[in-house]
Design a protein around this ligand. Structure first.
Ligand SMILES: [Zn+2]
Length: 183
């Protein structure tokens, strides 16, 4: 009898624990999903980014050609956003090619949720069409896209700044997003 009661109590304790753990996991992923990177202030980015990444991603800078670590870099893997925490895929190594420009170049983004394209009207008027490429999740400036990419693929050249990218080799675990503030 006593054993039966003890078992029952244990059973309910375990049930309660597992429900609580489940709820906690759900609220964590809910917090991540509801965190709006596009609504963060300039102060948030200044606090969370290295100055050189801030200069490219938030101030629309351009790193000098042939200076970036991913220019002559052809390991297999995925390039994530260096600005919004490193778990938002932007490009795959399978679409990377050597454009000879000195900047890492791709003929397509990772998927249709990776990047957004913005027309730069000022440059369009003076130097011809120039399309800015930004991270679709946090609006970080990544680089530009041009129409002189490999014709056997898309014909596009996504000309990126290495400082806006964070590479994870194929088969390795995606880094945990550490930029989202904990409650
Ligand atoms: Zn981003």
């Amino acid at each position: 009898m006593f054993n039966f009661k003890l078992n029952k109590i244990l059973f309910f304790c375990l049930m309660f624990l597992s429900i609580n753990l489940h709820a906690e996991n759900q609220s964590q992923s809910g917090a991540e999903m509801s965190f709006d990177f596009k609504k963060q202030t300039d102060a948030f980015w200044k606090k969370n980014l290295k100055p050189e990444v801030y200069g490219i991603c938030r101030m629309k800078g351009t790193e000098p050609s042939f200076s970036g670590k991913y220019d002559k870099f052809y390991e297999e893997g995925t390039y994530y956003c260096a600005c919004c925490g490193g778990d938002h895929p932007l490009f795959s190594s399978t679409t990377k090619f050597d454009s000879g420009t000195g900047w890492p170049s791709f003929w397509a983004p990772f998927d249709d949720k990776s990047v957004e394209l913005h027309e730069e009207s000022f440059f369009k008027r003076i130097f011809g069409p120039r399309i800015e490429v930004v991270c679709a999740r946090c609006n970080a400036h990544l680089g530009h896209v041009f129409d002189d990419g490999p014709k056997e693929h898309t014909g596009k050249r996504y000309c990126m700044n290495s400082l806006a990218l964070s590479f994870t080799p194929k088969g390795e675990v995606i880094p945990i997003n550490t930029i989202i503030p904990s409650k």
